[in-house]
Design a protein around this ligand. Structure first.
Ligand code: ATP
Ligand code: MG
Length: 327
């Protein structure tokens, strides 16, 4: 397995994420939706890009967030947490009019979730390219992109502009190709997604997202196609089965999952990706980074709240010693 560095080192500048910052408010009982008054808990800081960047900061990497919150407590819940975890928040715009985005979540008995989701008509969707964003992008060494964030038109344009600039400066790019299967995206979104796959150094897919990113069926054929297009490393997330990293030389390395009791699965993929990416940017090899990724994903599912279980490097070291792996 090749161990040539494939990502811009941490010292070259922060990892940045552009996208939604939300609060999550969770029903404390299991049932169907929100049609009657019920106990809730939260607000928890949330939004996939925010979870990701928070885990980067907690792990000890340079990290910066670009997004929008309202001038309200839901916004402050997020900015306070990100700042405390070492994330540069100078690229977060405080919208004077629109409120912070939110997601209300309740689990059903069958494990599915009902959502009331407001990002599209919140401060999260109203961000603009301004001087503060420009400054963050100019400092950046790496950009991490959520496929899902590409469905918000303004945000999507900003992401591609930042990605092109960062790659032009010798920075690197990672992509979680998590576009939803159920949703039909516009041709423009699909075309932008395909362009960003071409620019990716590291992909962080799960399930059939490898095929989605490659645009062909068959897991192995899809991996070969992605490497042919310039991707350098693929860290494939397999939930409670752990994760596998594929490299261009045809090699792969698997890490089993850590044995935990899942309390809240939200955020596992983002914590995995952030710990893996940050460890790689800090110079760790694939096996060590993969162990940190699996530990970060597993630790996060043991806590209620999307980023409550994001661990520092020291916490993850302890977690790995104390937690058995799934056989
Ligand atoms: P998300 O549900 O956030 O979209 P994802 O599908 O992108 O997640 P997962 O594969 O669910 O990503 O989780 C990422 C990693 O976290 C896994 O590869 C695994 O290492 C760890 N992980 C997730 N769920 C569990 C679990 N129940 N037990 C142990 N480890 C887990
Ligand atoms: Mg996923």
């Amino acid at each position: 397995m090749s161990e040539t560095p494939i990502l811009a080192p941490d010292a070259n500048g922060p990892t940045i994420c552009i996208g939604e910052i939300l609060v999550e408010i969770m029903a404390t009982t299991i049932g169907n939706g929100f049609l009657e008054a019920q106990p809730l808990t939260g607000p928890f800081p949330s939004g996939a890009p925010a979870i990701f960047i928070d885990q980067c900061g907690r792990f000890g990497g340079q990290a910066a967030m670009v997004g929008g919150v309202g001038d309200d407590d839901f916004g402050r819940v997020n900015t306070d947490r990100l700042r405390a975890d070492g994330v540069d928040i100078t690229g977060i715009h405080i919208d004077p009019v629109y409120p912070t985005g939110s997601a209300f979540v309740r689990y059903r008995a069958d494990g599915n979730r009902d959502f009331i989701y407001n990002a599209g008509t919140s401060a999260a969707a109203r961000i603009e390219w301004n001087d503060a964003v420009e400054a963050v992008v100019e400092r950046a060494g790496h950009i991490h992109i959520m496929g899902l964030a590409l469905s918000m038109p303004k945000v999507s344009e900003m992401i591609e502009r930042a990605a092109l600039r960062i790659k032009e400066k010798g920075g690197t790019l990672s992509l979680d190709p998590n576009l939803r299967k159920e949703i039909r995206y516009s041709d423009e979104t699909e075309a932008r997604f395909a362009r960003l796959v071409e620019l990716s150094d590291l992909l962080l897919p799960s399930g059939d997202e490898v095929e989605r990113a490659a645009g062909i069926t068959g897991h192995e054929a899809a991996i070969a196609r992605l490497f042919a297009r310039g991707v350098k490393e693929i860290a494939f997330k397999e939930g409670a089965r752990g994760a596998t990293v594929f490299t261009r030389d045809g090699a792969s390395v698997h890490h089993p999952a850590f044995q935990v009791t899942e309390v809240d699965p939200t955020g596992a993929g983002d914590c995995f990706g952030a710990a893996y990416l940050t460890a790689r940017r800090l110079g760790l090899g694939i096996e060590a980074a993969l162990a940190y990724g699996c530990a970060a994903g597993a630790r996060n599912v043991t806590r209620l709240g999307p980023m409550e279980g994001a661990g520092t490097r020291a916490e993850l070291d302890r977690f790995m010693i104390e937690t058995p792996k799934v056989a």
